[in-house]
Design a protein around this ligand. Structure first.
Ligand code: SAH
Length: 265
C-alpha cells in the first residue's frame, strides 16, 4: 500500500504573518509550518528584509521560505479564504468569538474542506490591532501564563500548526508492519485465556511456597491488577504461560516457551 507522503497538503491552510519585523521569525515560521506538513506562507508588508538570517532560521524549510508570497495588504493575503482566524495574545472576547488552539484547529480543518483558510499572526511588538481583527472571523488565543502570555511569533505559529495537523488526524498509531510482528501480537488476550493464566500462576505460586493456599486472595488480586493493567496480548500471554510451565513442569497445560521462537528476544 502506498501512503500519501503528506496528507496535510490536501488541506488548504495558509499561514499569514502580518508586518513581521524580525527576519529570524519569518524563517522560523517557515520551518514551523513545514514540520507540520504545511507550505503556504504569506508575509504582509514585512518591516524587514527576508535575508540570510531568515534563510538560516528556516533551516530545512528554505523551500517554503523562498516560495512565501510577499503582499502589501492583509486583504491580498486572505483573498479567497472562507475562514480567517487571527492569533492574538490579547483576548478581545466581546468582539470576536474566541477559540482555543484545539477548537480553532477543528474549525480550520472543517472549513478548509470548502475554501482555503487563513490563520493570521501579528507583528512581534504590535500584535494584531482591531483593524486587522476586523477581517477575522474568530480569534485564537493560546492559553498561557496570565502574567506573561506573549509567545514568540514563530512559536505561536508552531503551536497552531501542530494543532491543525492533529485535527487533520494523520498521526494515529502506525498500523504498518515492521517485519517483526507475529501472530497474536497486538491481539488482546481473550478473558478466558487470561483466567487460565491466573489459575496457572496461582498453582505455580502455591507449589513453590510463595503463596499460602489458606489466604491467596490479596496476592492474587494484586497480581491480577498488575497483569490486567498491562493488557497482555495473546503472544505475551503464551510467553507467560510458557515461563510458568518451564518453572514448574506439569503444573498446568500450556504452550511451552519453545513454541515461541522469539520468547527470548
Ligand atoms: N505584544 C503583542 C504580542 C505579539 S507576539 C500583543 O500584545 O499582541 C506576535 C504574535 O504571535 C501575535 O500577534 C500572535 O499572532 C502570536 N501570539 C503570541 N502569543 C500568543 C498567544 N498567547 N495566543 C495566540 N497568539 C499568540
Amino acid at each position: 500500500m502506498t501512503r500519501d507522503p503528506n496528507p496535510v497538503s490536501d488541506f488548504p491552510v495558509r499561514f499569514v504573518l502580518f508586518e513581521p519585523t524580525h527576519p529570524g521569525n519569518v524563517g522560523a515560521a517557515a520551518r514551523a509550518i513545514k514540520t507540520m506538513g504545511f507550505s503556504d506562507l504569506v508575509v504582509v508588508n514585512p518591516a524587514c528584509e527576508i535575508d540570510g538570517v531568515a534563510r538560516a532560521r528556516s533551516s530545512g524549510a528554505l523551500d517554503v521560505l523562498l516560495a512565501a508570497r510577499v503582499v502589501p495588504t492583509l486583504a491580498e493575503a486572505i483573498e479567497g479564504c472562507g475562514f480567517v482566524v487571527g492569533a492574538s495574545a490579547r483576548r478581545r472576547k466581546l468582539a470576536w468569538p474566541e477559540l482555543d488552539p484545539r477548537a480553532c484547529a477543528a474549525e480550520v480543518v472543517a472549513s478548509s474542506r470548502r475554501r482555503p483558510v487563513a490563520i493570521v499572526f501579528g507583528a512581534e511588538r504590535a500584535g494584531l490591532t482591531n483593524t486587522e481583527m476586523d477581517r477575522c472571523n474568530a480569534l485564537v488565543y493560546i492559553p498561557t501564563n496570565p502574567d506573561y502570555g506573549s509567545l514568540n511569533l514563530a512559536m505561536a505559529v508552531q503551536i497552531i500548526a501542530y494543532e491543525v495537523r492533529g485535527a487533520i488526524g494523520v498521526d494515529g498509531p502506525s498500523d504498518e508492519e515492521d517485519g517483526s510482528r507475529e501472530e497474536g501480537d497486538g491481539v488482546p488476550a481473550a478473558a478466558g485465556n487470561v483466567e487460565l493464566f491466573y489459575e496457572h500462576l496461582q498453582r505455580v505460586l502455591i507449589d513453590s511456597g510463595f503463596l499460602r493456599p489458606d489466604n491467596p486472595r490479596v496476592l492474587m488480586r494484586r497480581l491480577r491488577r498488575l497483569f490486567n493493567r498491562a493488557r497482555l496480548d495473546e503472544r505475551e500471554l503464551n510467553i507467560m504461560r510458557g515461563i510458568l510451565s518451564s518453572l514448574a513442569p506439569g503444573s498446568g497445560r500450556s504452550p511451552s516457551a519453545t513454541d515461541d521462537p522469539d520468547a527470548n528476544e
